[in-house]
Design a protein around this ligand. Structure first.
Ligand code: SF4
Ligand code: SF4
Length: 367
């Protein structure tokens, strides 16, 4: 396993982190906890979670695993300033996470899902979340206050220059890096820890191995190349992986053992080929999934990725739609694209700032 120092904290963390957002909830708590302990036995020492992940089971699964995990580890969890908008609420959220995780303290606590300047301002307001987190730090309940952001490079830079946090979690991968790089490079240059989430582009990479074969070297798959990119990148401290099997853990650990970075020339070729498409792709994060009309927006937007990233024509999209509704990502979803009343709630929440309403109009035209 490759280990790196997390910014100025002095903590040595594994280049592969365990992202607790994709546990298979059809498995038992004991089976999922076993997966966590297996990862730790392979050298992974950074475990990331949040309240609400995996039908709100993620923190409890970690809590179960940590009871009997002999290896040293760091735990990271989160709270949104929009939910915990006072110091008191923020302190209560930290204490609840500590209880569920069964740890004495949280090593990295994220002000979560900062999508725009107003969210950061809300977290930092007098009597707000940040004040509560500082209080927790004084009481030894948190080691480091960090932040997860879905903002542009410039806005990330402004936050870092404010100097209130120790590190940052950003959505960056081999396909979107040309458009996310400014934030990563800035954080790295300023000596902050940088954690990369969504290394497989919301599932777009494993499901398009053939189209993305230009990313690979030798006999590696596009998925392996995508993991190698973030794991071996000098500017990225930790690559979070949402593991569901021991085989996936083994694959990421083997990549970290070798840690062969891409050359500047290879990076340029990828940047040229990828174009602007991934910057406006749905990552499947699910933050928009609150449509009053019951439209399964993440599923609709993820299928739309086929058009946007892989350049399928309208006719191809339309022709495949029947099977997508029957067996694919839209199977069993009730609301249709034509049900959209253009209230705009989803677009306000979208981490990628996607034109969801316009894309649904295209769907409605496909029938
Ligand atoms: S704009 Fe349309 S899709 Fe978005 S939340 Fe409103 S009704 Fe739902
Ligand atoms: S549409 Fe936006 S908010 Fe919704 S799942 Fe996709 S990226 Fe996330």
């Amino acid at each position: 396993m490759l280990y790196k120092t997390y910014g100025k904290t002095g903590k040595m963390v594994s280049a592969v982190g365990f992202g607790g957002m994709r546990f298979d909830t059809s498995k038992t708590m004991a089976e999922n906890a076993d997966l966590v302990r297996y990862a730790n036995s392979r050298g992974i020492n950074y475990f990331d979670t949040a309240p609400g992940y995996c039908d709100d089971q993620s923190e409890d699964i970690y809590g179960e695993a940590f009871k009997d995990m002999p290896g040293q580890f760091y735990v990271s969890t989160k709270g949104m300033p929009t939910t915990f908008d006072t110091a008191e609420k923020a302190i209560a959220a930290v204490k609840k996470s500590i209880e569920r995780l069964g740890v004495k303290k949280i090593d990295f606590y994220h002000m979560w899902c900062i999508r725009k300047k107003e969210h950061y301002a809300l977290a930092m307001k007098p009597g707000g979340q940040y004040e509560g987190l500082l209080q927790c730090q004084k009481e030894g309940l948190i080691d480091h206050i960090v932040l997860s952001s879905h903002q542009t490079g410039n806005e990330v830079k402004e936050i870092l220059e404010d100097g209130k946090i120790d590190g940052i979690l950003l959505g960056v991968n081999i396909l979107n890096f040309p458009y996310r790089w400014e934030g990563v490079q800035t954080a790295f240059d300023m000596g902050y820890g940088v954690v990369a989430m969504n290394p497989l582009g919301g599932g777009s990479i494993p499901t398009h191995e053939e189209e993305l074969s230009f990313l690979t070297e030798g006999d590696e798959t596009a998925t392996e190349a995508a993991l190698r990119f973030v794991i071996s990148c000098p500017q990225i401290t930790i690559a979070l992986n949402g593991f569901t099997t021991k085989e996936h853990i083994d694959m990421a650990c083997e990549i970290a053992d070798e840690a062969k970075p891409f050359t500047d020339e290879e990076i340029k070729v990828i940047a040229d080929k990828v174009g602007a498409s991934m910057n406006e792709a749905c990552t499947g994060c699910g933050y928009c999934d609150m449509c009053p009309q019951g439209i399964a927006i993440p599923s609709f937007m993820q299928y739309y990725n086929e058009k946007h990233i892989f350049h399928k024509t309208d006719d191809e999209m339309k022709a495949a739609l029947g099977s997508v509704y029957e067996w694919g990502i839209l199977a069993g979803k009730k609301g249709t694209a034509a049900d959209c009343i253009e209230c705009g709630l989803c677009e306000k929440e979208c981490t990628q700032h996607l034109p969801i309403i316009d894309r649904l109009k295209e769907y409605a035209n496909w029938g």
